[in-house]
Design a binder for this molecule. Structure first.
Ligand code: ASP
Length: 311
């Protein structure tokens, strides 16, 4: 038995903000990512390999704010953040503020497996990527018209926002991506990847690559991947807080996620959500925004894909 849950970002995801012809494209992107993970798990592959495969698939899809579809920083470039964690042994790898890496999640896995470190950032991370022969792409690869147009509208302002809560931007696209998995051996893993916030300050790092904030996995409790206002998720130590509520207070996965997303984060005015898996085969999606791109394959093999809050 295995389970998979994925997300492609939470926020103002409504039938008004998603163009009618984009709706099926988002769903197809989510389904493809579920399939990528499922192909590994049905052959007894590991949760770690499965979360990597799902996130990689979403990174390659220009609709999501990760890898190819990443948002622009204030300087008009892409700085990518990602993390991956293995619940079996609490090993973790992450990268922050890297440029031109095609699949940040795979690079995070290499950091975990080969570097002896957990988190590499900026130029040091880019140098390490070259040394490890990580697949790189030119700046052109990361160009998408929608993200570029979004950035043109805000580049002269001082503010930076989650791309999905900038009310002034008419064509808002949404989407940090993440995956959580329980594999056939009952082991958990989590991964998250993002371009961060549009017009973000050079060097800004969000919650996604920070273990315990945006990403966490522990076989004793849960695997969690978050999406939302990174600064606030960092301050809430959101992903690890779910694990703590399960470990120390015996809350169920869903109860713990509800408490963190709909009480703690909400009280901090932190818009967003998270996906979770536990080692008993439960999955949960909780968000306090209008919608969240999400999908799952549950313990019975039933596939679910949804975008809006009422699905
Ligand atoms: N949490 C991400 C960040 O702050 C953004 C997102 O979820 O869309 O970098």
């Amino acid at each position: 038995m295995y389970t998979i849950a994925i997300h492609g970002g939470a926020g103002a995801v409504t039938r008004q903000t998603i163009a009618a012809d984009d709706d099926p494209k988002f769903r197809a992107g989510l389904k493809a990512a579920l399939q990528a993970a499922s192909n590994i798990l049905k052959h007894d592959g590991s949760a770690l390999d499965a979360v990597e495969a799902a996130v990689k698939c979403l990174e390659d899809n220009p609709l999501f704010n990760a890898g190819k579809g990443a948002v622009y920083t204030k300087k008009g470039v892409h700085e990518l953040d990602a993390a991956i964690m293995d619940g079996k042994n609490l090993q973790a790898g992450a990268i922050a503020g890297v440029r031109n890496v095609k699949n940040p999640v795979s690079f995070a896995k290499v950091v975990m497996e080969k570097s002896g470190h957990v988190l590499l950032s900026g130029k040091g991370a880019n140098d390490y990527a070259l040394k490890m022969k990580i697949e790189m792409e030119s700046d052109d690869y990361f160009y998408t018209k929608q993200r570029y147009d979004q950035w043109l509208q805000v580049r002269h302002t001082d503010f930076y926002h989650l791309d999905h809560i900038v009310e002034e931007i008419p064509e808002r696209k949404f989407g940090t991506v993440g995956a959580v998995v329980m594999d056939n051996s009952g082991s958990l893993a989590a991964a998250t990847s993002t371009g961060g916030m549009i017009n973000k300050q050079f060097g800004r790092i969000g919650d996604s690559p920070l273990i315990g904030a945006g990403t966490y996995a522990n076989n004793q409790t849960c695997a969690i991947s978050c999406t939302g206002h990174g600064e606030l998720f960092i301050r809430a130590v959101a992903a690890y807080d779910v694990s703590c509520l399960m470990e120390y207070k015996n809350l169920s996965l869903h109860e713990a996620m509800q408490k963190v997303v709909n009480e703690k984060l909400k009280n901090m005015h932190a818009e967003g959500g998270m996906i979770g898996a536990d080692a008993k085969g439960n999955l949960s999606f909780v968000f306090n925004a209008q919608g969240m791109h999400r999908g799952s394959i549950d313990a019975k093999g039933v596939e679910y894909v949804a975008l809006y809050g009422d699905e």
